[in-house]
Design a protein around this ligand. Sequence first.
Ligand SMILES: Nc1ncnc2c1ncn2[C@@H]1O[C@H](COP(=O)(O)OP(=O)(O)OP(=O)(O)O)[C@@H](O)[C@H]1O
Length: 548
Amino acid sequence: MLALPSTRLLLLFGESLPSSRLPNVSRKVWGQTSVRFVSQVNPDNGPLTLSSLGFKSAFEKTNKIKADKIERLDVPSEAPKSKVRGVGSNGIKTVKAVGVKKSLEIESAPFSAKSFSELGLPPLLLERLDTAGFTVPTDVQSAAVPTILKGHDVVIQSYTGSGKTLAYLLPILSEVGPLKKKSANGESEFEKKKEIDAVIVAPSRELGMQIVREVEKLLGPTDKKVVQQLVGGANRSRQEEALKKNKPAIVVGTPGRIAEISAAGKLHTHSCRFLVLDEVDELLSFNFREDMHRILEHVGRRSGADPRGSIAARRTIMVSATVPFSVIRAARSWGSDPLLVQAKKVMPLEAVSPSGPVNILKPTSGSDSSMRTQAALQSLPPALKHYHCVAKLQHKVDTLRRCVHALDAKCVIAFMNHTKQLKDAVFKLEARGMVAAELHGDLGKLARSTTLKKFKNGEVRVLVTNELSARGLDVAECDLVVNLDLPTDSIHYAHRAGRTGRLGRKGTVVTICEEPEVFVVKKLQKQLGIPIPACEFTEGKLNVIEED
Ligand SMILES: Nc1ncnc2c1ncn2[C@@H]1O[C@H](COP(=O)(O)OP(=O)(O)OP(=O)(O)O)[C@@H](O)[C@H]1O
């Protein structure tokens, strides 16, 4: 666990995060050069705006808060303990101190009853998992690994921080590269060839780099060149040279760079056996459309398509915590008998209908926007606690500071929507003695990675960032996520919130909003199926406000 100075706070702005980590800790970071709300422009789904999600001003009127019914949540040692009540994920339940966090306890670890050895993985890979500190698979890994090993195309949906990356990496490494299963004659015949065996696509370069690090961790130092990153922002000719020289079996990259190098004839993926689309709902958004089209057409041969000579069909693996029905539709058309894999359930995609039994995919009406809304259900770790706090615009940063103190949060990610305001927030926090840093697309590559390193090392307590960090960042120690600006919709809320409470750890999400925005929080609460009670921070404590 990182030792974080108690006075430091770090806010992240949708940028790139480095991935050095503890044994079981990875970090996802976004490294685009500007703030982008990708899903807002997906023509398949319609624009994702508050109105498209059905937010109505009438909602505003329905929620009256009774300020006189305040219940104290935080119990600093010097505070009187009477009247103090904790808030469980389903409402007020237990007596405990929310604000006195010394370490990140694991509350509902998503670990499966199975062991890695039961999943049909090769012995060498099992050894490497052990060396890397992965001892028990998570539920989604237990469900996904055997399914992919059987040759199915899959859509993997499981909540943020539940281990989806290894869920697809393990079957790939079982069949590709030096750790793969031995052949009938007992030899593990890995030989370098010109063709790529697996292509993993991620929507940001930091996420791509993080996946590379996860693969390298398992490959070990001698074989780490079996994987190569092809991400934007880095020198393209060097990447092409490395492809030629190292002949990697696995490439991981961003859509633009993969498509570019492929179009230049420098990436040979015709006989590729695995195509992974990580954060698939974002990859299928309008912004990536052309590049993704090229990738889907040129990477391997999709199952069900006309056979090209003796080339075996690729397995297409689509992954996200949020899977709208548009992804299910796409997956059906690209795969042959594709399956939906969730933590404890595997079912044919054909059985998933807009009015079907899968919660995450079940829309309340037939529109694509409502289907997207429904996709946010089941995307949140169950141990997370959610609150909202009303504050005037000019007091938001101060409220954030009081929130951090009240919860004694050590590793904080604060989300905002605009770079200028984000910078101002960092300035204000620093001026009040809280170590904060900004992370956003206007920063150079070096500045971004330095900031991230500092955040990981505990030199920065609050990372202020924007939407681009919402999906990628994996910091096990992150104990608090704060929305200083409202997310665009429930899907964005879910991904932001998912930066804390990773792998069953405790985490708190606080949305600081203005009074006229409370109806949006109420709507999010309904769409996500979670309580987001009102709270305030007084006398160094988080106080939950009971509603009428
Ligand atoms: N079996 C395991 N044992 C211990 N740690 C694990 C295991 N599987 C994954 N992890 C760790 O858990 C963390 C979260 O995993 P990962 O990033 O794959 O989650 P995710 O489901 O992809 O999250 P998100 O939806 O936010 O992208 C990572 O630090 C990863 O290294």
